[in-house]
Design a protein around this ligand. Structure first.
Ligand SMILES: *Cc1c(COP(=O)(O)O)cnc(C)c1O
Length: 413
């Protein structure tokens, strides 16, 4: 497609998205208020930015950061740390913190994210299975063509079969062709589970979900949630890290797992200081807003060209991911190449499919990002298999998304 045609198409698409964008602006405003209120409530000062060394006893920067994150996420308590290397590690901490030998874990949103496979079922690597935790998985059902819902009948059956210590929910779509589940749906499911089995914990993979809505899963009945700081909640500023947030006594268990059962969250230093983590949280509502608009813009524009694409303009989105069924390996590679070419970093490199650790299929990833692999920055990836869906997420600025979209149209259509 030539540049002129692409511009006209994108402009029409933007015009159609007006009401959706207005709603996204309002959500960002409410979330920005939550963040600012949290900063004020904990009296954040310049001294909280400074680094510490050694054990990090009385590290006020670390302690205040955790408190501010907890408030902004509507949680009783949170652990936020640059020492949590990725979302996978944060979710691993959450799982190992509460599960004990012979416990049952039940996923109610289908197969957990690829990198959790070995965490749950790996052999001889210290997985939950190695420690005698059993795992069952219930697929989501479809409410309508693209809206998922929990399979309540199957959940009830599993809960009544034998005690389930924890129910696991993935909020985002992952690499599945469906919309994400909403916080409201998670709340309904949590209430349902607790009614049948009050002692069962609700654990949420919150990746890509933070600040997409105005409430978070722990505000509607989830006990713990975990995520990555190089996605929504790091605002594109945090250079690494993860968090776990939720009920105080459970977050304490996460602390025991993270450092040691004798030390918990009393220790932990970070020489580099906490400025990018505070600043990232401050930016997160706006960055998430840009990413959401980008997702709608990519999906709506490709939909106008006849491709199947999600999210659709007629419904709110519950994560920041767009999926486009491009239909061929060639188009995926061209699309990812275009995204890479309009990136601020490494625009000269050409992404290729490879066997990434933790993933089942060959994966291609375009991520010309300031922070390595950050997917709150504009990035695109695809497990290369039929029906050849490319997933696009992020964009620190909305304008970057527009320019990248134009380039993909020129290259792939
Ligand atoms: C990114 C992500 C994770 C964790 O991945 P990391 O690369 O380890 O941060 C888990 N679940 C979902 C749905 C994700 O998007």
């Amino acid at each position: 497609m030539d540049n002129q045609t692409a511009r006209k198409l994108v402009n029409d698409s933007i015009a159609e998205l007006g009401p959706r964008f207005a709603e996204i602006d309002e959500i960002a405003l409410q979330n920005q208020k939550k963040v600012l209120d949290a900063f004020a409530a904990h009296g954040v000062q310049a001294r909280h930015m400074y680094g510490t060394t050694g054990y990090g006893y009385d590290d006020c920067g670390r302690e205040t950061l955790c408190a501010v994150f907890a408030d902004a996420l509507g949680a009783e308590c949170a652990i936020v740390s640059p020492a949590i290397s990725a979302g996978t590690q944060a979710i691993t901490l959450m799982l190992f913190a509460v599960l004990r030998p012979s416990d049952r874990l039940l996923s109610v949103s289908g197969k957990p994210y690829d990198t959790l496979n070995d965490v749950i079922s790996g052999k001889n690597r210290g997985s939950l299975a190695d420690f005698g935790v059993s795992f069952d998985c219930i697929e989501l059902v479809q409410k309508d063509e693209l809206t998922p819902d929990f399979d309540y009948a199957a959940i009830e059956k599993e809960l009544k079969k034998a005690f389930v210590k924890a129910v696991f929910v993935g909020r985002s779509r992952g690499y599945a062709w469906r919309n994400a589940v909403s916080v409201e749906q998670i709340g309904e499911m949590a209430a349902f589970v607790k009614k049948i089995s009050p002692e069962t914990l609700i654990l949420v993979d919150n990746c890509y979900g933070e600040f997409v809505e105005t409430t978070e899963p722990v505000q509607v009945g989830a006990d713990l949630m975990a995520g990555s700081l190089i996605k929504n909640i790091g605002g594109g500023i945090a250079p690494t890290g993860g968090y776990v947030a939720g009920k105080r006594e459970l977050v304490e268990l996460v602390g025991y797992r993270m450092t040691s059962p004798s030390l918990g969250t009393e220790i932990g230093s970070h020489l580099g200081g906490y400025l990018p983590y505070y600043q990232g949280l401050f930016f997160a509502p706006q960055t998430t807003k840009n990413a959401l608009k980008s997702a709608f813009l990519f999906a709506n524009t490709y939909k106008k060209l006849g491709f199947d694409a999600l999210p659709t303009a007629d419904k709110p989105a519950y994560d920041i991911v767009a999926g486009i069924k491009l239909g061929s390996r060639r188009k995926i590679i061209d699309f990812c190449g275009a995204i890479q070419a309009v990136s601020p970093i490494d625009s000269n490199v050409v992404p290729e499919p490879w066997a990434m650790p933790g993933y089942q299929d060959d994966v291609i990833m375009a991520a010309g990002t300031f922070v390595q692999g950050s997917s709150i920055e504009l990035s695109a990836d695809s497990p290369l298999k039929s029906p050849y869906i490319v997933y696009v997420q992020g964009a620190l600025t909305y304008e970057h998304a527009v320019l990248a979209l134009l380039r993909t149209l020129e290259r792939t259509v």
